[in-house]
Design a protein around this ligand. Sequence first.
Ligand code: GLV
Length: 330
Amino acid sequence: MSNKPEILIARAIFPEAVARLEEHFVVESNQSDESWTQAQLVSKLRGKHGVLTTGGERIDEALLSACPDMKICANMAVGYNNFDLDAMTRHGVLGTNAPDVLTETTADFGFALLMATARRMTESEHYLRAGQWTRWGFDMFAGSDIHGSTLGIIGMGRIGQGIARRGAHGFDMRVIYHNRSRLEPRIEAECKASFVDKQTLLKEADHVVLVLPYSPASHHTIGAADLALMKRTATLINIARGGIVDDAALAAALKEGRIAGAGLDVFEGEPKVHPDLLALSNVVLTPHIASATLPTRRAMADLAADNLIGFLIRRAALTPLNPAAVASGR
Ligand code: GLV
């Protein structure tokens, strides 16, 4: 019988990453990418020492109580709102995420979504494909400018800073941001970004981009009252997490033309999308793909694998979220 630690890979990932993990562990891998219920996940995790999650698998008190051998949950995502980190710490289970390796790719996508929304690219493409384009029109699909406009970023971590740099240096935008804490002057200068309160940001920005982590405290950061502060010509971009925006309130604001458009990569209750959003043309909808380039997804899988190998074999994870879980032991 093998004395290698046992791990579960909860969703299909790069076969090379699976093979690397198999060098160190007894691996059960969901390479067929079946959808498991929470009960199935728990039953697969019984007796396992580690799991590679991809951001959608909920690691909570009930699961941890049922899986006492678990030592590490390595998320192949920078966000980790699928982890109940307090429960993990209580159970002595380390959580790791996948920061840094996706920063520039995700910032690229945030900017692409902003541009597609402001310049009405998908809406106009659908019109063309539907055979409705018969002649030129002076205001046909007139959008809003990006260059020289005001970019408001809520959540100024690494990805937010990447978007700020693109806006300030590439498009001559005035950048304002709101964050839990103000950034060091050196970073503000690099991003040419000024700290403002949330209300000022919503009132002054032509394009509002959300890049903050989801937590109960950030639930519905943007609701009806916040949307009411925005300019009628403004766009709202969410590449952060579903639940940060009240999707029903956003759909109502878009329907009534209270803001000009929205670009959404994440949704409350995804992969379900609020039906009112699906019915609107002034919203660009993408299926949570902001980090989806092959090199970046490879780097994310490698980092998650390195965390499992580093921790279970060498007792040192690369990107721990709750090192106290290990310090206290179990
Ligand atoms: C994607 O949403 C991530 O958190 O990496």
